[in-house]
Design a binder for this molecule. Structure first.
Ligand code: FAD
Length: 281
């Protein structure tokens, strides 16, 4: 199938992109195109204008600033995968990226596109949530920052308003006692996950502080398992697995039933918890 007709404009700067999307209520930003083009071809989306942001300079940096790792919206998954800064200061992201699609997709797909698209089975939204990160958003009235906990609002719905764009995401830089874990179950490596879990914590003499467990593939958005977090933080793994029954209510989908997904969420929690312990030791 072919997309419905659309106009195309190449933005020269963030301001120019905002002006272009502000002019046309049906405009969409084009980043890596790895999700957008598929939705156009399937006619799930019919924007009248695509605003290509790939030529905007300054959106592809990765740097540590004021204790946060800032990753520009146009950083490709592959660039983040190879980045020494990410490996050292955001190891959860480094562990996660190889699970996103395949090399061809990671060569084009961007961090900003993945966060904006907010696929409930995507890895990076869960990572951002597990790390307590934030999204930097530019709009006609200036720039604002939204915490990951508030950004993902529903199925493919985010806190991004009309006429706004993501310019970067930020996550706290890992400290000496930071531990993280990632695991997902997919039918084949590179497929969207049936269920996945990203976790981050600070080792605190046998227990955990700031423990955050973010699941994906279990509902409309990536979501934290707060009761399981509380149980695991005091070292009660069995209680944490049991608490998932209250934290998660995954619907049946084309891949699996909700019952199986909830069981798999427990399997992943045991795997990830053991890796957190290894790292802390
Ligand atoms: C075969 C295949 C397998 C895949 N497997 C996975 C997988 O396992 N896990 C996974 O997470 N992803 C997977 N993806 C998706 C991939 O990660 C995409 O790159 C990502 O979802 C979107 O990034 P993009 O840069 O391509 O965005 P685009 O496709 O260009 O845009 C996606 C959406 O985000 C909006 N957007 C893009 N950038 C911005 C911005 N800066 N500000 C505001 N809005 C913006 C666009 O308007 C559009 O609505 C797969 C894709 C394919 C084709």
């Amino acid at each position: 199938m072919k997309p419905a007709p659309f106009a195309y404009a190449k933005a020269r700067s963030v301001e120019h992109a905002l002006e272009l999307i502000g002019r046309d209520g049906e405009a969409r930003i084009l980043a890596g195109g790895q999700s957008l083009i598929a939705t156009l071809n399937m006619r799930l989306s019919r924007p009248t204008l695509l605003v290509d942001i790939n030529g905007i300079s300054g959106l592809d940096g990765i740097a540590v600033k004021d204790g946060m790792v800032e990753i520009g919206a146009l950083v490709r998954h592959a660039q983040a995968e190879r980045s020494d800064v990410i490996a050292k200061h955001a190891p959860l992201i480094a562990k996660t990226i190889p699970h996103i699609g395949h090399p061809a997709i990671r060569n084009r797909g961007t961090i900003g596109g993945s966060i904006a698209f907010a696929d409930p089975a995507a890895e990076l939204p869960a990572c951002l949530l597990a790390l307590g990160g934030e999204v930097v958003i530019a709009g006609a009235k200036g720039s604002r920052t939204v915490a990951a906990d508030d950004f993902f609002q529903g199925l493919f719905e985010t806190a991004l308003g009309a006429g706004e764009m993501i310019t970067a995401v930020r996550v706290p830089a890992a400290a000496a006692m930071t531990c993280c874990g990632f695991a997902e179950l997919a039918r084949r490596h590179g497929d969207y996950a049936l269920v996945g879990l990203a976790a981050s914590a600070r080792a605190n003499g046998g227990t955990w502080a700031d423990l955050r467990l973010a699941y994906f593939g279990v509902g409309a958005t990536a979501q934290r398992a707060r009761k399981a977090e509380a149980a695991l933080a005091r070292g009660a793994l069995d209680d944490a697995v049991a608490a998932l029954a209250e934290d998660l209510d995954p619907p049946d989908d084309v891949q699996e039933t909700g019952t199986v997904k909830r069981h798999l969420a427990g399997v992943l929690l045991r795997r990830v918890a053991s890796r957190l312990v290894e790292r802390a030791a």
